[in-house]
Every structure is written in structure tokens, then in C-alpha cells.
Design a protein around this ligand. Structure first.
Ligand code: ZN
Ligand code: ZN
Length: 797
């Protein structure tokens, strides 16, 4: 429960720290002429079974459309001058919706020019508005999750050189005098949701002229607002709509998303109003060969099944590509992983090519970044290992091949990373190397999960009371909350307002609910996570080296924990709960630790259920109690050195969950006897947790699970999967809505792993609080077969 996702194949030795340093004067080679097929054959060598599947991603021709007749002539002139002759179809679709005042979400591929779609109506209106008496007849707000994106957006708009458009970025670093100018004169403000929450909304009077003219709000990269962060954004957008209405503005919202399964649902939930989707991509795409690769399963010295690590395999493949003179980038999930991939690749190539392999981990100085880009362009550099930090900051595109060490977390990141390969007119190669977990096992054996119709949705729960209540308080401080606002904030609102009044935070008066205190509510609430994080403090110096999520602290940085932080190993000497600090010393003791815990849950309220014959599947509110009780010390081979008790208080989490129950005799009838139920249910629970991120963009630690052979509330064997955040985050609900597909995939992931009795690729979990005991692979398959048979095909969608 609530463990840290294990970095893919972390290094146990110390990384050799090779920063990017190409050998001087390395020979230049012509563009790689090796075909993707020939390259794959060379890479597979004597073990062709590692190459599980090859998919051809067909080229797509561009679909153009005409410029809308209403586009401002000066804007059109700038765009034509910049070389854009015709817009693509999806850009015009977005433009027409927004121009007509319909909220719209565009969800198309990377580099499909999403911003042009909303630039057309917004910049046209800003130009027209400039002739208003105050020079500001129309304004627009652009929200992005990072400053870098806002800066990028600003430079694109600046490049159009439209004198009537006065854009400005407004963030925590903006100097006070500039802030004033921006509030009074800018007609396009580029900022982030945090600033909206902490500054613009609480100080809306100072923004009155801007808000009075507010015509558009752009929410860029809206797929990142998922889980609890998504609930916060949903509340901030509702506050913005309400404050804008105070100034008689009803802005049109434009959402831009990476490609996800249901952008319309996501954007509509974020906004709380219907949003029209634009999902047919009119931009052209080159063809690509996409290979799915599974490292071989071997047996270790203790007889346990053990896969060659994804990182080792990716390092070997990178070396193979470099040997073929194919320019390749390999993406790994952790910095330590990147170092190891590069080191292995260097060891496996000819000495003359060693200097042509580099590791990039982000955090480079601008000149280092430029040097990297230059040597990629000149082909001095043939092999690059990188975290996805590369996605922001360095222009690396047009490579011959991309390797992905493990599922990158989401389908959209997968395509974003794979999209780094391919120069115009030439076929490129992408290879996904499966990591040692059930989701990776499933996708390499079920290519339709990647290449078929998307199943991964971004989820958000706008009604999470833990998030909504403080935002209601903040809203009341901005403008008294009235009866009419209850509709804006959703069905929970009235009950939450009562609670806030009872606690003395709000005051109820005839005209509505008022903020009843001296201070400002927004100061007490951060959008980026709940609970004070625990600091990791170097014992010797008192230096803070990092933080760990409050929820994960007990299992990750308990006293005695060996903790991997940014590729360095630390041993925690003391966890001080009162001080929110874990004191640690640097060094690798030669073992790893794994927290052991006990969990149970109470069903508080079943919101919905489906009867599946003798089985029952439910969604609702639960309280999960979790206590870390001890930890194991293990040698790198897995051998346990000892178990050490811990004295930590239990923690209880009120959240939402999906669960299902199965009668004992039904299980017996499919070959799971009573004493086999704990192992079967536990194994099914692990794999189900591992598979849920394929259906809802969650991280593994956003989700927890508990299974039991007899639950006091249900009286039956029960498997429960819950949101790891107070109040829930939408993941369990998504699991409930897609339960047949989700559990079907879970069953497939277990069955398609070729191990005999279970391994990390199917039913073992790196964060199990029970040391992966008991686990029964065949029992889990039988249990899931029973579940799926009783669930039936379900409602046809
Ligand atoms: Zn297995
Ligand atoms: Zn477990």
C-alpha cells in the first residue's frame, strides 16, 4: 500500500556519472540506412522470442481546411508569412467551436499544432478588442501546469508580431511593478492554476477591468490535471467562472490534451459544463515500425524465476543500435536507470564508439543543452540515454530509433517518446522493452491495448469533499456564496457549507455564506498535494536532500529504511514524526529494506453496486486502516537477512474504493479450496492494482488494495482496490466503470506470464506489505475466471 513505485531496474552499484561528453572529432556517418526489419533482426540475434510483436504504424496524410473567413487579416498575414499556408482540419474545428462560444477540448497527437486552433479566435478577438475605448475590449487567460510551457507559448505569440496583442507571463517571479502593468494593460495573461488560486481570484477587484473583458480561458496540457490535482483544478475553474460572472463575463474555455480515451468526459468534469471534443487529427505522420520486446525469463541461483532487467536489456539494445550506426535515444524512468543504460551500452560498443554514447538526466545548463542538440544533429552522438526530462527543454527529434525501458506511465507519454523518432520520408523504429510488472507483461502480449482504440482515461473527481470544502471557503472569501452557486460547485456543496459554518469558518447570513475569519483561506491550501511532506535530512549537515509524500513516509523512510533518492542510496537513522523529518546518512549497506504492514478496511457506504449472480461488485466510501509493523532486510538476490519490528502508529484513510465479493462454495467449485482463498485473492489483488493504471492515468502509488478471505462487513472473501488519497481521486470509480475490461486484462496479464508459480511480471508486488506471502497464481486465474463469468458481458457500450 502506498509504496513508492520501484524505479525500473535500479542500479545497485554506483553510477559512473558520465555526463554528456562526445569524443572530439568522432567520425560523421551518413543517415542510418538500416531498415527497421534488418535492425530488429540484428537486435534479436539468437533469441528471437524476445521480440513478441511488431506493429506497423501507417503513415497519415495531412487533411487541410480553409482559413475561417472571420480570422483577423493581420493575424492571417503573420501566419502566412511564417510559412503556414493552410491550417489542418482539427485546428479549424477547434477555432470554429471557440469562435462560436462553445467550450471545446482538442486531443490530438504531439506536434499537431493544437495551439494554432485556439490562437485563431483568441488573437482575432484581441486585435478587434484593441479598438475599444479603453484599448481592451477582449482579454484571454492561458493556464499551463509549468512555467516553461507558458514561456514557450509567449514566444510563439511574440513571433507573430501583432502590435494589438499584449501578452505577458504572470507568475510567482513577476516583479510587483510589472504585475500592475499586466493587470491594467495586458490583454493576454499566461499563468498557472496556482497563481489563479493564490493571487488572481482572492484579489479579483484589482483585476476587474481584465475580468470584465474576459472572453477566453485556455487550459493547456489538461491531461496532467488528474487525481487530486485534477479535483483542485476543477474547483479553481468553478471559482473562476463565478468571479467572472460577477463582472458579467462568461468566457469560453478551450482545453488542450494529449491523446487520451475520453477527453470530452475529462474536460467536462474539470469545467462542470459540456465541452465539445475535437479528436480527429489532420496533421501528417510518417510511418513507424513499433516493436514490443520482453526480456528473457531466467532462473536465479536460488531457483526463483527472474527476468533480465529492463535496464540491462535496454542498454544492450542501445549498444546494438549504435553498432549498426543507427542514431537512437533510450528513455528510462529514473536517473539511475539512465546512467546504467548508458554504461552498459558503452561497455558493449567498439572502443572507437564509446564516446558516442551519452547519458542525459535533465538539469543541464543552457550551453550544455545546446551542445547536446548540436552533436545529435551532427551525428557525433549516436546513442543517448535519457529520462523523459528530455520532453521539456531539448529539441531532440528526427532520430532513427527510440527505445523505451518499460511502460512510461501513460499511453500519451509512450507516443510522445516514440514520436522522437522519424525524419521526414524515412521509416523509424520504436521498441518498448517490458519492465517486470503485470501492466508491461499485458501490453506486450496485447498490442491492441497500445495500437487499438485507447482505453486509458484521465480521471478526476470534482466532488472530493476533502478538496472541495477548502475551495468553498476560499470562494466565500472572494464573494459570498449564494444559493445560485450551489449548482456551480455540485451536489456536495450544501452539506459542506453546513460543516464549514459549524466549524466557524463560514458565517451564514440571509444573503449567503460569508468568510468569517481574519486571514485568507487560500493561504492555507496548496493545489499540489495534501499533508505536509516528510523532509529527508542529512544527519551530519542538517541539509534537506528531498521530501517524501506524507502518505508514503511510514513505509519508505521508517527508521532503518534503505531509501533510494535520485539515484543515491541513503540509510534512515531516525524517522521523527512530530518534526516531519527523516534523518539519513548516505551510503549503501549492501541490502535493501521492505516495510511490512497490516491493513484492514471498513465499508462506510456503498454508493453503487452490480449483482453478478452469486457475486457482487460495489463502489463506495471506505475507511482503510494501515499500520507499518516491521521491515525486512534483503540481499540483492532476495534472501532475507532478518525482520525488525517498528513502533509506528496506525493511519486511517477515508477514501473511495471498488470491491467485489465471492462466496466460498463458488470458489471451491472452480478449484479454489477454502485454505487457498487468501493466496488466490492476494495474487489477484496485486495484479489488479498493477493493471488499473492502464485504464486510469494513475501512478502505482495512487492506488492501494486489501484482500481478505473473510471480511466482517461482507461476511465473504473480498478484494478491495482503493484510491490512496483522502476523499478519493477517481481511480477506483474508473475501475468500477470499466470493471470487466480491467479484470479481464488482469486475468490475461497473469495467464500470459510464462512463469510457473508467480513472479514480479505477474503477481508479485514490489510494495507488498506481506512480503508477497501467500500468493497463488493458478488460484488467482481461477478466481478471476469465476468473476468474469459471473459478471457476464455487461452493458454494451
Ligand atoms: Zn510471472
Ligand atoms: Zn500484498
Amino acid at each position: 500500500m502506498n509504496g513508492e513505485p520501484t524505479p525500473t531496474g535500479t542500479a545497485s552499484g554506483s553510477p559512473d556519472g558520465g555526463r554528456f561528453a562526445p569524443a572530439a572529432g568522432a567520425p560523421r556517418t551518413p543517415a542510418g540506412r538500416t531498415s527497421p526489419e534488418a535492425l530488429l533482426q540484428a537486435l534479436a540475434g539468437d533469441h528471437p522470442e524476445r521480440l513478441v510483436h511488431v506493429h506497423e504504424v501507417a503513415a497519415r496524410a495531412a487533411v487541410h481546411a480553409d482559413w475561417p473567413e472571420w480570422v483577423d487579416p493581420s493575424l492571417l498575414g503573420s501566419l502566412l508569412a511564417s510559412g503556414i499556408e493552410h491550417p489542418w482540419s482539427h485546428q479549424v474545428e477547434v477555432a470554429q467551436h471557440a469562435h462560436a462560444g462553445r467550450h471545446v477540448v482538442v486531443s490530438t497527437g504531439t506536434a499537431s499544432g493544437k495551439s494554432l486552433g485556439y490562437h485563431l479566435p483568441i488573437l482575432s478577438d484581441l486585435v478587434a478588442g484593441a479598438s475599444a475605448p479603453n484599448g481592451r475590449g477582449a482579454t484571454a487567460l492561458y493556464l499551463s501546469p509549468t512555467k516553461a510551457l507558458a514561456a514557450d507559448q509567449l514566444s510563439r505569440i511574440d513571433a507573430l508580431a501583432l502590435p494589438a496583442v499584449r501578452p505577458a507571463t504572470y507568475d510567482g517571479d513577476t516583479p510587483t511593478d510589472e504585475r500592475r502593468w499586466i493587470r491594467d494593460h495586458a490583454n493576454l495573461v499566461l499563468t498557472n492554476p496556482d497563481l489563479l488560486h493564490h493571487s488572481l481570484l482572492p484579489g479579483h477587484e484589482r483585476w476587474s477591468s481584465f475580468l470584465r473583458a474576459l472572453r477566453y480561458v485556455v487550459v493547456d496540457e489538461c491531461h496532467v490535471y488528474k487525481g487530486v490535482f485534477g479535483s483542485h483544478l476543477a474547483a479553481v475553474l468553478r471559482r473562476l467562472r463565478r468571479v467572472a460572472a460577477r463582472y458579467r463575463s462568461t468566457p469560453t474555455f478551450v482545453f488542450a490534451s494529449a491523446t487520451v480515451a475520453d477527453p470530452e468526459e475529462h474536460a467536462s468534469r474539470l469545467l462542470g459544463m459540456p465541452v465539445a471534443p475535437v479528436t480527429v487529427d489532420g496533421s501528417p505522420r510518417a510511418s513507424m515500425t513499433f516493436a514490443l520486446w520482453e526480456p528473457p525469463l531466467l532462473v536465479d541461483e536460488t531457483g526463483q524465476p527472474k527476468r533480465v532487467s529492463t535496464i540491462t536489456e535496454t542498454g544492450e539494445l542501445l549498444a546494438g543500435c549504435v553498432r549498426e550506426q543507427v542514431q537512437t535515444v533510450a528513455f528510462a524512468r529514473s536517473r539511475a536507470g539512465v546512467e546504467v543504460v548508458a554504461r552498459i551500452a558503452r561497455e558493449r560498443v567498439a572502443t572507437s564508439d564509446e564516446g558516442r554514447v551519452a547519458a542525459y538526466r535533465g538539469g543541464f545548463l543552457p550551453e550544455e543543452r545546446r551542445e547536446l542538440e548540436r552533436s545529435l544533429r551532427s551525428k557525433e552522438l549516436l546513442g543517448l540515454a535519457a529520462t523523459n526530462a528530455l520532453e521539456l527543454g531539448v529539441d531532440v527529434s528526427g532520430l532513427d530509433a527510440v527505445l523505451l525501458a518499460g511502460w512510461p506511465g501513460t499511453l500519451s507519454s509512450l507516443w510522445q517518446q516514440a514520436g522522437r523518432a522519424g525524419r521526414s520520408g524515412e521509416r523509424s523504429l520504436a521498441v518498448l522493452v517490458a519492465a517486470d510488472d503485470p501492466l508491461d507483461t499485458f501490453v506486450v502480449h496485447h498490442p491492441e491495448a497500445i495500437f487499438g482504440r485507447g482505453i486509458e482515461a484521465t480521471v478526476v473527481d470534482p466532488d472530493n469533499p476533502h478538496v472541495l470544502a477548502p475551495h468553498l471557503a476560499a470562494a466565500a472569501a472572494e464573494l459570498p456564496v449564494t444559493e445560485a452557486d450551489v449548482e456551480v460547485f455540485g451536489p456536495q456543496t450544501r452539506a459542506l457549507l453546513d460543516v464549514l459554518v459549524a466549524r466557524g469558518i463560514l458565517k451564514k447570513r440571509p444573503r449567503g455564506w460569508f468568510w468569517g475569519r481574519e486571514d485568507r483561506p487560500a493561504d492555507h491550501l496548496s493545489l499540489r498535494g495534501a499533508g505536509e511532506p516528510v523532509r529527508i535530512v542529512e544527519t551530519r549537515t542538517g541539509r534537506v536532500v528531498g521530501t517524501v509524500d506524507d502518505a508514503a513516509a511510514h513505509s519508505q523512510v521508517h527508521t532503518g529504511a534503505v531509501h533510494l533518492h535520485q539515484g543515491q542510496t541513503w540509510v534512515v537513522t531516525e524517522l521523527d514524526l512530530d518534526d516531519h523529518a527523516a534523518f539519513a546518512v548516505r551510503g549503501d549497506p549492501g541490502w535493501t529494506t521492505q516495510a511490512q504492514s497490516v491493513s484492514d478496511f471498513q465499508i462506510v457506504h456503498e454508493v453503487e453496486h452490480e449483482a453478478w449472480g452469486p457475486l457482487r461488485c460495489s463502489f463506495g466510501h471506505v475507511t482503510v486502516r494501515h499500520q507499518v509493523t516491521s521491515f525486512l532486510r534483503r540481499l540483492p538476490g532476495g534472501e532475507v537477512l532478518g525482520e525488525h519490528p517498528l513502533d509506528l502508529p496506525p493511519r486511517s484513510l477515508a477514501t473511495k474504493a471498488v470491491w467485489w465479493t465471492m462466496p466460498v462454495d463458488e470458489l471451491a467449485a472452480v478449484g479454489v479450496p477454502e485454505d487457498g482463498i487468501p493466496g488466490a485473492a492476494h495474487a489477484a489483488e496485486h495484479a489488479a492494482i498493477g493493471m488499473l493504471p492502464l485504464f486510469a492515468t494513475a501512478d502505482r502509488w495512487d492506488i492501494g488494495g486489501v484482500s481478505t478471505a473473510l471480511h466482517p462487513d461482507t461476511g465473504l472473501p473480498t478484494i478491495l482496490i482503493y484510491d490512496g488519497h483522502p476523499g478519493g481521486a477517481g481511480f477506483a470509480e474508473r475501475g468500477y466503470r470499466r470493471v470487466r475490461a480491467w479484470l479481464g486484462a488482469t486475468r490475461e496479464a497473469i495467464a500470459s506470464c510464462e512463469c510457473a508459480t508467480g513472479c514480479p511480471s505477474c503477481i508479485q508486488s514490489p510494495k507488498c506489505g506481506n512480503g508477497n506471502e501467500p500468493l497463488d497464481k493458478q488460484g488467482a486465474i481461477a478466481l478471476l475466471d469465476l468473476t468474469l463469468r459471473c459478471a457476464g458481458p455487461g452493458p454494451t457500450v
